[in-house]
Structure formats: C-alpha cells, structure tokens
Design a protein. Structure first.
Lengths: 162, 162
DNA sequence: GCAAATAAAGCGAGGGGTCACTCTTTTTAT
DNA sequence: ATAAAAAGAGTGACCCCTCGCTTTATTTGC
C-alpha cells in the first residue's frame, strides 16, 4: 500500500499501472493479488486510510502549525496531490464518495468540538467552512506547488472569529 | 467539445473513452481526429475554456447569488465534478497545471479589484482565501451532492470583513 | 528434536480485452 | 472536377488479471 500510495500521489490513479505498483513495491504481480482482488480495491484501501490531520485547538498558533504540517507533508510525500486524486475519483464513484463523506463528517465533528463556547450556535457552520478551506489549501499546494499559508491562516481565524 | 465535457463531468477523464465521446457527439471516430490530434488535447481544450464565474461585488447579496449560481450549475451540468477532475489532473500534469494556474491567477486578480478600499492592504490575502473557499464549495458539491451554501456565504463574508 | 505433511506466500509468463489512434473509402461542398 | 470533411472498420500497444508452479513457513506424528 505504501508503494501504491506513493505512485498514486505522483502520477494519479489512472496513470498508475499494476506494473508500476509491482515495481515500486518489490513484490510480484501474483503476490499483490493475494491481498487485493483488483486495482480498484487498492484505490479504495488507500483512500480509506487517507488520514487528514487537524489542529488541536482553534488558536492562531495551533492553526498555523496545522497548515505548516499540511505544507511539509505535501512537500515530502506529495500528499496534497493524493488528496486531489481522491476527491476527483470520489466525484464520479459513489463507493468512494461514501468513504470520503464519512471522513469529511468526522473532520467536521472534530472541529465542532474545538469551537469556543462563545460561538457555539454557529459551530456547525464554522466547522464546515474550516474543513473546506483547509482542503482548499491542500488543493492549491497540489496545483501551484509550495505556497505561503499566511492568507489561509488569516482566513481560518476570521472564520472562527466570525 | 460539449460532448467531451459532458462525459468528463459525469464519468471523469480516465473513465471516458474516445468511443464515448464519439457516441455522445454523434460524430465519427475519424471526424474527431480532424479537429483534435489526441484525447489529451481534448482534455486540455476543455480545461482551457473551464470558466469559473465570479460575484460582481463583495456584498452579501452578490456573494450569495454567486454561490447559488455555482450550486445550480453543479446540479444542471455536473460542473462541480468536472472541476474536481481538472484539479486532480492538473496536480499530476505540469502542462495542465500551467493552464489552471493562469486561470486561478485571473480569478484572484478579479477579486482583488472588488476588495473595498478599507481593506486594500490585505486585498491579495483576501482574494487568495476567497477563491480557495469558493472552489472548495464546488468540491463539496461534487462529493456530497447538493448542499446548503449558507456556511460558505458566512465564511466568505467573514474573510472579507477580516 | 526431527522429518514429513500441510498450509501460506510469492512468482511471472500469458490471455483476454479495451482503447487510442490510423487509414482507406465514401460523402459532401466548392 | 477537385478538395475538404466524415465515416468506421482495423491495428497494435497496453494493461488488468489469472493460473500453474516454486519457495518459505507452520503444524503434526513419531
């Protein structure tokens, strides 16, 4: 799965052949099919463990640190590219859409918990926008390369402040 | 191109074959290759004319109307899905990345023009976040289906207000 | 302990099928 | 009569997956 994820992140799902995964993993063709019944199953497995990190609190430092984390992960493992692939595939595959919807809901729920009491009534709206904008920063990294997170930090804090 | 765009939007680039485009367009195989030298060229052509709309002003009504427009377009033509495909492909294709980067820059520049004078110094940051969040609403529509734009309107206004 | 037996894991060439693209022929327009 | 446009069957390459075989690990009987 590490091999598949690496290839998927740097070339996309469609441009990654089984032969690529075989080469990258060091395993053989037959060996892989002992653990996954199809290429699609590998895609789904990779998507399911696609853990997006989150800040520990909705403070300026925590949010800044969180975006820095997203940034370095994009640089080191092309994780942002992988996320872009996952969302595109989820847009046209109901099966994957369900997986991604579950993960998004979990992320929003986690953010809701961090919203300060003073803004409790809008917690749902805040979480929705917060998660969406975080994902969008990742998307921008995937397309435009390394990018200063400052505008996104500012916007996230503005969303929290209301 | 209408045929290609429609298919791309509902099935994705990789899951759309030339035969699909032939069927959808009503043309023949050979006729299409008189206007495009390859499938990739069709993809690029579709991406290049992928016009994202924008609000006319950064007021509550204009922003709300803008998101409504994005929403209805997603419902009627699956445009949100197409956008997801474009970004994913741009993430792994330098050629497409250049196209998309140009379009994103144009969108940000257009938003900068709308920023009120009182917030002029942060106009660049605001435009960056505004465009990113708009795209993210489109992404959410693509994955989660029809979705209330209210949280996104609120967040966009919060970003503008700072 | 040890060897036979059974199970699990790995291997890689090949089949079947799809798909992007070409090329010759036919139709339409000038 | 000539050129441009369209047609659509054919082709070769690619790619996912299967299957018989080999190697490694685990269990069992003595």
């Amino acid at each position: 799965m590490d091999a598949a994820r690496a290839r998927f992140a740097s070339h996309g799902f469609a441009h990654t052949s089984m032969a690529d995964i075989v080469t990258e993993s060091g395993l053989s063709n037959g060996a892989i099919y002992r653990y996954f019944t199809s290429k699609d199953e590998i895609v789904i497995a990779v998507c399911e463990q696609g853990t997006e990190a989150l800040p520990r609190a909705l403070t300026a430092e925590a949010v800044g640190g969180f975006l820095d984390h997203v940034r370095t992960r994009a640089r080191d493992t092309h994780h942002a590219r992988l996320v872009a692939q996952i969302y595109a595939e989820a847009a046209v595959s109901p099966l994957l859409a369900a997986v991604v919807q579950r993960q998004l809901a979990a992320l929003r729920a986690a953010i809701v918990e961090l919203v300060p009491d003073s803004r409790r009534p809008q917690a749902g709206q805040i979480a929705e926008a917060f998660v969406a904008l975080s994902i969008s920063y990742s998307l921008q990294l995937a397309i435009r390369g390394d990018l200063d997170p400052a505008p996104f930090t500012a916007a996230l804090l503005a969303i929290i402040k209301g």
